[in-house]
Design a protein around this ligand. Structure first.
Ligand code: FES
Ligand code: FES
Length: 176
């Protein structure tokens, strides 16, 4: 059936059954491969996107549960978002696979709490696993973004195309 989703500020029509996970729609139907598939069971955070500004796991979110909520993906950040810039400054990614999810969780945290404590960061990022162990750099980049970036509002929503090469945050991108 045809479903219209609000993705990165644009109404987007897709053909999918209502119980299709949002992650499948993003990657397979729309070719937006910045959002990653890791575990498929809400255990790793690789698939994190925003629903109305809240970080959610798109692998376990059926499109019927999305309704008219605004979906923001890593592509919607535009590549120059303050958090992405902090990620580059701290050379955060190693393999890069987890990084789009990490960045989306970090953006949701900073939108809610401009100056998060270490505990805030640990709590907000606990569900995002990094097999490369880049946690120290992730924390440093979040603090840097909090210190140097402008207020964290909703990400850019006027992109014409997805930034398909990994997280869009660094020269070391993640593959498909
Ligand atoms: S792929 Fe969704 S949490 Fe792991
Ligand atoms: S950078 Fe490799 S899994 Fe996080």
């Amino acid at each position: 059936m045809a479903v219209t989703l609000d993705i990165n500020g644009k109404p987007t029509s897709v053909q999918a059954s209502p119980d299709t996970p949002l992650l499948w729609v993003l990657r397979d139907e729309l070719g937006m491969t910045g959002t990653k598939f890791g575990c498929g069971m809400a255990q790793c955070g690789a698939c994190t996107v925003h629903l109305d500004g809240q970080a959610i796991r798109s692998c376990v979110t059926p499109i019927e549960a999305v309704g008219t909520a605004k979906i923001t993906t890593i592509e919607g950040l535009g590549g120059q978002h303050p958090v992405q810039q902090a990620w580059v400054r701290h050379d955060v990614p190693q393999c890069g696979y987890c990084q789009s999810g990490q960045i989306m969780s970090a953006c949701a945290l900073l939108a809610q709490k401009a100056k998060p404590s270490d505990e805030d960061i640990d709590n907000a990022m606990a569900g995002n696993i990094c097999r490369c162990g880049a946690y120290q750099r992730i924390r440093a980049a979040i603090k840097d973004a909090a210190d140097t970036g402008p207020p964290m509002g909703e990400p850019h929503a006027d992109l014409d195309e997805a930034i398909v090469a990994g997280s869009g945050a660094t020269h070391r991108g993640a593959g498909r």
